[in-house]
Design a protein around this ligand. Structure first.
Ligand code: NAP
Length: 323
């Protein structure tokens, strides 16, 4: 018997129930994983609240790492004992789970299962944001919101390693120090300073070619004002709420701006995309260009507490739930 977190109705952290489940043997193309650690992501909160509808009851969580303990028919590339990780596959808040072999990647020796659980979703997101959506380079000055968060700290380090000048927004002095220690050249404490004004000052009025905004509602319109003509607004989250419908004429008025609303799922939808993205991520971690900051660890059973803390902006960097 294995335990997992189950949600029977959408709601606050208290709807997450620790219940036993019979996982069974893997079917065709599947493996059974004994999970060591699960990554906590803001998307888990959207699912819990019902903002991303799914059939109830369900097991939340989108990423984890662990050991293959049983292999189903038709699986050639994995064997019992392999260390693997995955992201964007619902059902991660579990001690043991079944998953398609094609949805997991093998871990290099240098990457522990705890680090992998902390970085797969946030790290592969950072990679598609700065390599696929827009190729960040040494001549770019870019703005990253929620810089001290999970995606934020990885994105910031990776962009700095590519030579970019990074401007980041954070809510507190402590988070500003953390952002700075992780490659953010100009942290802006948005609770005290107007970030659009600071962007103008930092860039001598030139503004930016790209803004990465995961905060959504509170920042979206202000972020558009930080862009150069033909600049790119990458809205990739809604931590403060969903952005209301946009009058597209605004994009013309503000200088022929481009807007995209991407999701990681699209960028790792094929096996080759998943392997290419994760291999780049393993490389930057192995070569210490990006350090994964596991700043909070909870037991899986305590997932409700982890959710409350993340929603209250008490977490920084990455968070894992251990089994
Ligand atoms: N589209 C994709 O492919 C994709 C993939 C992964 C993640 N995401 C998105 O990226 C964002 C970051 O995810 P994460 O897991 O790394 O979380 P996170 O950044 O560690 O946590 C969210 C942070 O957002 C900031 N924030 C601003 N307004 C907030 C509000 N009203 N409530 C709560 N937090 C607020 C807080 O930082 P401050 O205290 O500094 O304000 C908070 O720490 C989320 O919006 C998530 O949905 C998108």
């Amino acid at each position: 018997m294995s335990y997992s977190i189950h949600i029977h109705n959408p709601g606050g952290p208290e709807v997450m129930k620790w219940e036993s489940a019979d996982v069974g043997a893997p079917g065709f193309g599947q493996v059974r994983l004994k999970q060591n650690a699960i990554g906590l992501n803001f998307i888990d909160i959207y699912y819990r609240k019902g903002l991303y509808p799914t059939q109830m009851p369900f097991v939340p969580g989108m990423e984890a790492a662990g050991i293959v303990d049983m292999v189903g028919d038709g699986v050639a590339n994995l064997k019992s004992g392999d260390r693997v990780a995955y992201a964007m596959v619902l059902g991660a808040y579990a001690e043991t789970r079944l998953i398609l072999a094609d949805q997991v990647v093998k871990l290099p020796d240098e990457v522990s299962t705890q680090t992998a659980a902390a970085m797969m979703l946030q790290g592969m997101t950072a990679r598609y944001l700065i390599r696929d959506i827009y190729k960040v380079g040494p001549n770019d000055t870019i703005l990253i919101h929620a810089t001290a968060g999970g995606v934020g700290l990885i994105l910031c380090q990776w962009a700095a390693a590519l030579g970019a000048t990074v401007i980041g927004t954070v809510s507190s002095e402590e988070k500003a120090h953390l952002a700075k220690a992780n490659g953010c050249h100009h942290p802006i404490i948005y609770t005290r300073e107007n970030f659009q004004k600071r962007v103008l000052e930092i860039t001598d009025g030139k503004k930016l070619p790209v803004v990465y905004d995961s905060v959504g509602k509170e920042n979206f319109m202000k972020s558009l004002d930080c862009l150069q003509p033909r600049g790119l607004m990458v809205l990739f989250g809604a931590s403060s709420g969903a952005v209301p419908p946009l009058d597209l004429a605004v994009l013309a008025q503000k200088g022929s701006l481009l807007v995209t609303r991407p999701t990681l799922a699209t960028f790792v939808s094929t096996r080759s995309q998943l392997l290419e993205n994760s291999s780049d991520l393993f490389d930057v971690v192995r070569t210490c260009k990006v350090k994964i900051n596991i700043n909070q660890t909870y037991t899986l059973k305590d997932a409700a507490k982890a959710h409350s803390d993340m929603e209250a902006r008490l977490t920084t960097g990455s968070t894992i739930l251990t089994v």
